[in-house]
Design a binder for this molecule. Structure first.
Ligand code: T46
Length: 134
């Protein structure tokens, strides 16, 4: 499975906490794009796609959501609910996001600029792309 959870170093003192993320250090690629999600709803799922090349780190800055990750053979679930943990998702991974808590805020660091052509939004096409090796 081409994903992992990364524990970030927390710099904490009696003023609060701080996490620093740098390209090719805590983030295992060069960040080209940042986007975020807010005003999500518990009964509205998101995702349902894979990426051919994109790598991403997803951080729940506030609240929680449940990810389903699928490499075409296995399907696993990850609860993302800490601002000091990043979910790395590599290429060719189907992802779904479910059970957003009210007020959940996700920030995403991405290795590529936005390109809709790079999405695989149909699960059968995803399985076929894995089989065809593209
Ligand atoms: C992913 C998961 C975790 C843009 O115009 N630019 C962007 O950079 C992005 C990410 C989206 N959009 C537009 C495309 C759609 O019209 O924003 C709209 C919502 O995007 P989407 O339906 O793809 O959102 P999610 O939450 O299903 O998926 C997103 C990312 O697209 C995707 O790469 O891995 O979050």
């Amino acid at each position: 499975m081409n994903y992992k959870l990364i524990d970030f170093t927390v710099h904490g003192d009696n003023r609060g906490k701080l996490v620093a993320l740098e390209n090719n250090k805590e983030i295992p690629f060069e960040v080209k794009r940042v986007y975020y999600m807010f005003d999500t709803l518990p009964n509205e799922a998101r995702g349902f796609h894979a990426h051919k090349e994109l790598e991403q780190i997803i951080i729940a800055m506030d609240g929680a959501c449940r990810f389903i990750l699928d490499d075409g053979e296995k399907r696993e679930q990850v609860l993302l609910n800490r601002p000091d943990v990043g979910l790395y998702i590599g290429k060719n991974m189907w992802r779904e996001m479910h059970d957003f808590s009210y007020g959940c805020k996700l920030v995403v660091l991405a290795s590529e600029y936005y390109d809709e052509q790079e999405y695989i939004r149909n699960y059968d096409d995803f399985l076929k792309s894995l089989k065809d090796g593209k």
